[in-house]
Write a protein that binds this ligand. Structure first.
Ligand code: HMG
Ligand code: MG
Length: 284
């Protein structure tokens, strides 16, 4: 069991990519500026993807230009290909994330190509990231269930996660995209993954559709994972994953394990303030 947990805040990206009303860029910047004062060490601020595919992520470039960067905070973004990576470089992103899936159908729906093709697209990106010394994180979506194919085998997840690590990801975040994972299915998965992969290279990204995210984190901790993704206010979803609800709420994660269980020096009042801020904007 690990003693300390690290939070990877994905609210400004995962939280806002699936929202009905597009949030104005200046409000997103304000949210990120508030999050920068909470003690959280990594904030995923947006995506350098096609605006035709995810219009809510339009303006990510402007966000990176305008945010007030906190000392020691890393500001990250999704990049699906070299074009996205080059835009991210230009925006002085501290770290990027590539994303693949363990389900063929989800891969087609989300990035318009097969799993193998999506990984092949990353090759140029990794080459450039190595040259520029930009850390790359990886995501694997549909770790237990796919909205189109149903149950996904641990072996399919292992294959993609291993390939992402071999290509150069420093960590792979395991996406329970539609939040159907239970402690039982997450344990079955981690048993397989952790027999082949160093658990320090794995993170948990549990959407909370079925109210099981906290218990899934407990299973993650049991298997030695220490980084978990969460979103302010429990926002989140994926436009290409019908039924995907919010991410694990950052405040709930902290309250469940106690503020002293975290690596960061967190300010819960500021996290509550950020939650209130985005809750109000989302209603406007
Ligand atoms: P495509 O249509 O197959 O690609 O999309 P293309 O190369 O034919 O390009 C089409 C157009 O997009 C072209 O523009 C390109 O220039 C442009 P046009 O000539 O038509 O004007 N384009 C780009 N524009 C901006 N930035 C780029 C870029 N690349 C091409 N980087 C593509 C392929 C991957 C681009 C598209 O499918 C896409 O953007 N998909 C993004 C999907 C997405 O962001 N999904 C949500 C994130 S994943 C997620 O939420 C899961 C996660 O949270 C974990 C979990 O919960 O499981 C991470
Ligand atoms: Mg997600």
């Amino acid at each position: 069991m690990v003693e300390t947990i690290s939070i990877f805040e994905v609210g400004p990206r995962d939280g806002l990519q699936n929202i009905k009303n597009e949030i104005p860029v200046n409000k997103k910047i304000e949210l990120i500026n508030i999050l920068s004062t909470t003690g959280i060490g990594k904030i995923e601020c947006g995506s350098f993807v096609s605006a035709k595919w995810v219009p809510q992520m339009r303006g990510t470039n402007e966000i990176f230009e305008e945010i007030i960067r906190g000392d020691g905070v890393k500001y990250t973004a999704l990049t699906p290909n070299l074009k996205g990576f080059e835009n991210a470089l230009h925006a002085k992103v501290d770290e990027v994330a590539v994303f693949a899936a363990a389900s063929e159908t989800f891969s087609q729906k989300n990035v318009n190509c097969s799993i193998d093709e999506s990984l092949a697209r990353f090759r140029d990106l990794f080459k450039k990231a190595r040259e520029k010394k930009v850390p790359v994180r990886g995501y694997v979506s549909c770790i237990v269930d796919c909205p189109y194919e149903g149950k996904i085998s641990p072996e399919s997840v292992l294959k993609v996660a291993s390939q992402l690590l071999d290509m150069g990801c420093y960590e792979v975040s395991l996406g329970d995209t539609i939040g159907r994972g239970t402690p039982k299915t997450i344990e079955e998965l981690l048993k397989v993954l952790c027999s082949e992969i160093n658990q320090k290279k794995l993170a948990g990204h549990f959407h909370d559709t079925s109210d099981t995210a906290i218990r899934n984190v407990e299973i993650g901790l049991k298997y030695g994972l220490s980084t978990f993704d969460s979103a302010v206010g429990g926002l989140g979803g994926c436009p290409y994953a019908p039924g995907a609800k919010g991410n694990l709420n950052t405040r709930s994660l902290i309250e469940a394990f106690g503020i002293n269980s975290f690596n960061e020096d967190l300010d819960l009042d500021k996290i509550k303030f950020a939650e209130k801020y985005i809750g109000k904007i989302n209603q406007d």
